[in-house]
Design a protein around this ligand. Structure first.
Ligand SMILES: [Fe+2]
Ligand SMILES: [Fe+2]
Length: 152
């Protein structure tokens, strides 16, 4: 189990939440709100953890440096949409339209992390190091989630 397996496992949870939210109707306000809060907290913590644990290591190698920068840029765009979604009532007709844009960005981003970045990352970063990153990633996720809960 290395950092890329851990990321993929979390992505699976995000895909499920996104699917659940997409299926809610405007009338299912409470469910939509609850699931979106869960998704947004976990997603932003996941982004921060990747930026702290994985991105700096990708940037150490010339073959993966650009991928590290791309990850940061795409997180930035996704987080921005998450903030905007938080400001719109979930039963507003535009909410789901905007949410679908977030879904597209996330789909593209997760696919890239799971394919090209995982493949190249495993080529250039030592196996042992990738395995040790799992613990760090989990710790970072927990820390960020607690921070966000305290603020909410
Ligand atoms: Fe990810
Ligand atoms: Fe990411």
């Amino acid at each position: 189990m290395d950092i890329f397996d851990e990321m993929k496992k979390e992505h699976k949870g995000f895909r499920k939440l996104v699917e659940d939210i997409t299926e809610t109707t405007e009338r299912a306000v409470k469910t939509r709100e609850k699931k979106f809060m869960e998704l947004s907290t976990d997603l932003m913590a996941h982004h921060k953890a990747e930026e702290k644990v994985l991105v700096p290591v990708l940037k150490e190698h010339k073959e993966t440096k650009i991928m590290g920068i791309e990850i940061e840029e795409e997180h930035h765009v996704a987080d921005q949409i998450v903030y905007e979604l938080r400001d719109i009532p979930v039963d507003n007709e535009n909410w789901l339209v905007k949410f679908k844009v977030l879904k597209e960005i996330m789909d593209h981003h997760m696919k890239e992390e799971e394919n090209e970045i995982t493949k190249k990352g495993r080529e250039v970063i030592e196996k042992d190091r990738l395995e040790k990153m799992v613990g760090k990633f989990e710790k970072e996720m927990q820390k960020r989630k607690e921070e966000m809960m305290a603020k909410a």
